[in-house]
Design a protein around this ligand. Structure first.
Ligand SMILES: Cc1cc2nc3c(=O)[nH]c(=O)nc-3n(C[C@H](O)[C@H](O)[C@H](O)COP(=O)(O)OP(=O)(O)OC[C@H]3O[C@@H](n4cnc5c(N)ncnc54)[C@H](O)[C@@H]3O)c2cc1C
Length: 398
């Protein structure tokens, strides 16, 4: 049996679901497949407990995809980004700098959402649109392309003929491999532990990144939970140490996490399970092959610093959508996909390199390197034009 569509999206992670909603809303006929049915309840086993800070420019795409209205009531605004260096002999802050969104804009830097909630609202949006066919429990298996179209065989035996395959199937992307596109990968021996906490001191919509050694400890605002201030935590550290903390009993874990947070918001109370994520930097050698476009982690993976990962993915989607709408007859042709590669590749490699450098600085274990990091933070912050430029670059405005 052969099905036809304009766009086949391989992967229904947050990037794939957003792409499906965006292209579906624009009127294209979309099939999106994923072997793992999305988990839309934060308390369920296997739920993605990470949160994603959608930066200011992301909002426009979420509006175009018909998603923003449903997401807005759940948004925790990020007004200030606070960076603390606690790399001295004691785990106490020695340099604290605050980057305030009001210096560059009337809006906050962005809005934070739990990943499981994003999935829930995205699936609800897909259900509203007749031209989107989301197939959970099905994966892409084989790819065959010609100049005029692609044929993809799915795990249930169905074949799909399409003009464009969007590979949103993650860091190990099977469609990227089937297209013969290689990757450059960098490993750090580092893992991120993610969990949610409540704390007695309010976060006041400030995202706080604390650097000591091993990687940043970041608290990102979430809406209150059980009437208490709540934050999503990403704690990056040496892989073995991070893994060991998965099994430490809750009281000891809370004590260690509170100490690592320099007691910034008071004692932390764990209110979620813990999950561990390997940290790598990776980018694809190209973003396109015949009838195939790579987006999101299929194209670029980086350490979770500065909320860049998914926000870059949304830029990938917005760029493809602009091109598809400008020339619908050329959907998926070589002209469109070459233009996509050219439009996105420079920005992707620049950001991948920048985040790699920041991550290495944050891992620093020697006293000298930690002192240099603290001095660097002070110097970057004290010059107002540099500070504003950094904030604009972080948001993707430059
Ligand atoms: C700890 C942590 C915190 C982060 N915080 C932020 C943040 O604050 N802001 C931000 O912008 N980014 C953040 N990121 C990055 C962001 O989470 C990722 O960029 C994003 O979740 C990746 O989305 P994705 O859809 O590309 O990949 P995935 O979520 O990996 O989705 C890929 C999907 O493809 C499916 N798949 C695999 N094989 C096939 C196949 N053959 N056929 C069909 N489907 C297939 C998989 O089942 C999966 O559902 C963070 C990352 C980490 C690790």
């Amino acid at each position: 049996m052969t099905d036809t569509c304009d766009i086949l999206i391989s992967g229904g992670g947050i990037a794939g679901l957003t792409a499906a909603a965006a292209f579906g809303t624009a009127g294209f006929k979309v099939i999106c497949v994923d072997p793992t049915p999305p988990i839309t309840d934060g308390a369920a086993d296997g739920a993605d407990l990470r949160s994603t800070a959608m930066l200011q420019p992301a909002r426009e795409l979420l509006e175009r995809a018909g998603l923003w209205e449903a997401l807005a009531p759940h948004a925790a605004p990020l007004q200030v980004m606070r960076i603390i260096d606690a790399g001295g002999a004691e785990a106490t802050p020695r340099v604290t700098q605050e980057f305030d969104a009001s210096e560059i804009s009337e809006q906050p830097f962005g809005w934070n959402f739990p990943n499981w909630l994003l999935r829930r609202e995205m699936l609800a949006r897909l259900e509203q649109l007749d031209n989107i066919d989301f197939r959970a429990g099905v994966s892409t298996k084989q790819l065959f392309t010609r100049e005029g179209s692609a044929k993809v065989t799915l795990s249930d035996g169905v074949r799909v003929q399409t003009k464009l395959v969007i590979a949103a199937d993650g860091r190990g992307s099977p469609m990227r491999a089937a297209s013969g596109i290689g990757v450059h990968t960098q490993r750090y021996g580092q893992k991120a532990l993610v969990f949610a906490v409540t704390h007695p001191i309010p976060h006041e919509n400030v995202s706080t990144e604390i650097h000591r050694t091993g990687g940043p400890f970041t608290l990102v605002p979430l809406p209150d939970r059980d009437g208490k201030p709540c934050s999503a935590v990403v704690w990056m550290d040496d892989g073995r140490l991070a893994q060991n903390r998965m099994d430490v009993d809750v009281a000891a874990f809370e004590e260690e996490a509170s100490l690592r947070s320099c007691h910034h918001f008071g004692p932390l109370t764990l209110v979620s399970r813990r999950q561990v994520w390997p940290i790598i930097t990776q980018h694809a050698e190209r973003l396109n092959a015949e009838r195939v476009a790579l987006i999101a982690e299929a194209a670029h993976v980086m350490p979770p610093i500065g909320a860049q990962g998914l926000n870059m993915s949304l830029n990938d989607i917005a760029t493809l959508l602009d091109q598809a709408e400008a020339r619908p007859d050329g959907l998926g042709d070589a002209l469109m996909l070459e233009a996509y590669h050219k439009a996105r590749y420079g920005d992707i490699t620049l950001r991948v390199r920048g985040i790699d450098l920041l991550n290495r600085a944050s891992q620093a274990s020697s006293t000298l390197a930690r002192d240099a990091r603290a001095a660097g933070l002070g110097a970057l912050y004290s010059a107002a034009p540099v500070r504003k430029l950094l904030m604009q670059m972080g948001l993707g405005m430059r």
